[in-house]
Structures are given as structure tokens and as C-alpha cells.
Design a protein. Sequence first.
Length: 146
Amino acid sequence: MRLTLAADNREYPRLREFVDRACQQAGCSPGQRTRVQLVVEELFSNTVKYGRREAVPASVTVTVDFGGAHPMTFHYEDDAPKHDAFGQAETEDEFKRSVTSRRVGGLGIVLVRELGKNVSYSYSDGKNHVRFSVEIDTPLPRRPRP
């Protein structure tokens, strides 16, 4: 399955519908569908916010592969300026801070890392590529309370 769209807020309904169809095809539980939606929407929102080249929105392509070691593998690609948010390490102290005391940015990437499986980033052919796998019925990650 593949969807190409402009990085524009008006495209969220099409993106959600695409992810819903992919999750339905893979047999996702409602909880898993919600986690996949969160990951894909976080990636998309970053492209919408930061991916413009002057006044032109970036182009986004989402591809879903079924089968293999995982029931679904998502490949998210945009032609926004190069930005490897995954290369920025989140320290344990930063992670433990409350939302109001954290630096702006970075929390969404933590969400992507926690909810996606085998998350990877690369940049080639003028495009950012994020790949992640989905395991069906993976429980939500639990962090010990301080």
C-alpha cells in the first residue's frame, strides 16, 4: 500500500484513512491501530511544521509492507530539508522531566521510538526516510515511576 500527499494540515483525514486501512488489512487490535496512528501522525506533523521549502509544502509518501518478520513495516519518506531527529540522544534526566519543564521539541520522537519497533532514519536522494515495524498487540511501553 502506498499514499503520497502534501505535508498540509488538510491532508490528515486522508492519512488517517490510509493508516486505518493498513491496520485493518494487518488485523490490528484497536489499541495497536491507535499506536500506529500516533507514530505516523507525529512524523507527519513534524513534516508539516518544519518541512517547508519557502512557501512550498514538502511531499510525503507512506508505504506499508505486510509480512516478513513483522506484520507491518511502514516507510515514511518526505522531501523536506534533511533533519535527523533520531540522532539526538534523549538523556534519562530529560526524559524524566515534566512536560512543562522540558525543552521544546523532541518528545514526539521519544513517542515514535517507544511505539515503533526497529525505528531507523536515513537520508538519500534528497529525502528523509523513517522506517519502523509494527508488532500486533504489542503492549504500551511502561516506564517505572521515579
